[in-house]
Write a protein that binds this ligand. Structure first.
Ligand code: GDP
Ligand code: MN
Length: 388
């Protein structure tokens, strides 16, 4: 789960990670009042959306007076911000964060995440902050320092010194980095975070170290024990289809193709997406109906898939291991009865009660193309989507 920059910074503050003073505003008047209250010569008005690259898209603006902060806020609030992370449709800005302006001397990059390869935490640090780290990684990888932290040992003093050296900090700044990193690491562990990215981490003209930006991601599987983090969820920022799927306990990821997919098991679902691509098609979604899929769930899954107007054909690919294929078939028939599925349907059933399942579908009078193998299923559904 992602949170907004202002929420990330509130958490940083709690853990002693230095950030500028700031206030949230939902109207231009509030932004003006916030700038007045902050009282600094310069304030920064920042669009709050779950996407990076806001600066380049016109979502971060410096104001030299409260009146100017009001002007920027009225420009930014309600705008559809397009960045390289929002997709071409952009994101509606509903809130701005008004922050005390900083006198920047250097912009650095700092991230903390879990490296699955080494099974350790990783601090990623670079002197090349403020720009796309992907570009730095590609063109000048030697400017990125990665420090691995053994979870059984924790963050050690010498590692902080190595990061400080990589960031070219002087001794007083290194002391500040120590507090910064220790706080960040403790927050990461205590709150079940999965990624912290601070770009830029700045050294101010006065030699202070401040997080100017903050992207924070949390492990969804740990939210049950992090009620205060779960509360930070902003439904406005989530894909509407994924949210609906969440509510009915389906694992769904929207994609941009035209072949709807209903599969049980994440591995089989991934293989199905691959097969559709191999057959020259493009999937509209990932959907794992889960091991316990029943009639009701199948119906809900169909509703979800059909909400996507791009869907031109649907592939149902079920391996009956825990689930029974006859129950899935009943679900398909019930869904078709209720929802008037207007697109071709290709169904592949294998495993427990597959024969019974196929019989139910054959008897239903529905226009369904059956498939035996995964390859066959892929070919038929792609042909159906292209013919439509
Ligand atoms: P992003 O574009 O979504 O990553 O948003 P950021 O929070 O990183 O802001 C983008 C850029 O705005 C930063 O890299 C800074 O160069 C600039 N910026 C943000 N806050 C300040 C500030 O307080 N003072 C100055 N001078 N520049 C700032
Ligand atoms: Mn940034």
């Amino acid at each position: 789960m992602n949170v907004h920059e202002y929420q990330a910074k509130e958490l940083f503050r709690e853990y002693g990670v230095a950030v500028p003073a700031g206030e949230l505003a939902t109207t231009p008047a509030e932004a003006e009042a916030a700038a007045k209250k902050l009282g600094t010569p310069v304030t920064v008005v920042k669009a709050q959306v779950h996407a990076g690259g806001r600066g380049k898209g016109g979502g971060v603006k410096l104001a030299k007076s409260p009146a100017e902060a009001l002007q920027h806020a009225s420009d930014i609030l309600g705008m559809t911000l397009v960045t390289h992370q929002t997709g071409p449709e952009g994101k509606l800005v509903r809130k701005v964060y008004v922050e005390a302006g900083s006198d920047i001397s250097r912009e650095l990059y700092l991230a903390l995440t879990l490296d699955r390869g080494t099974e350790e935490f990783a601090i990623i640090a670079s002197t090349e902050g403020g720009m796309d780290i992907e570009e730095v990684a590609e063109k000048t990888p030697e400017r990125i320092h990665t420090e691995f932290i053994d979870p059984n040992v924790g963050l050690c003093g010498y590692q902080i010194k190595k990061v400080a050296r990589a960031l070219e900090l002087d001794p007083p700044q290194t002391k500040k980095l120590e507090k910064f990193l220790r706080g960040l690491f403790r927050m990461y562990l205590e709150k079940d975070a999965s990624l912290v990215e601070i770009n830029p981490l700045v050294v101010t003209v006065d030699g202070d170290l401040l997080a100017l930006d903050g992207k924070l991601n949390f492990d969804d599987n740990a939210l049950f024990r992090q009620p205060d983090i779960a509360e930070l969820r902003d439904p406005d920022e989530e894909d509407e289809r994924e949210r609906a799927a969440n509510e009915i306990d389906l694992a769904y990821v929207g994609l941009d193709g035209n072949v709807g997919c209903m599969v049980n098991g994440a591995g089989l679902a991934m293989a199905t997406l691959d097969m559709i691509a191999v057959c020259g098609g493009s999937p509209a979604n990932f959907l794992d109906a889960g091991g316990g899929a029943d009639k009701e769930k199948v119906k809900e899954a169909f509703k979800l898939i059909l909400r996507d107007e791009n869907v031109k054909a649907i592939l149902v690919n079920i391996f009956g291991g825990i689930v029974r294929c006859d129950l899935i078939a009943e679900g398909v028939v019930a869904a078709a009865d209720e929802l008037s599925i207007g697109v071709p349907l290709v169904v592949r059933l294998q495993g427990t009660n597959a024969a019974e399942g196929r019989e139910i579908l054959a008897q239903s009078g529905l226009n369904i193309t059956a498939a035996e193998t995964l390859g066959e299923a892929g070919e038929r559904v792609v042909a159906a989507a292209q013919g439509a």
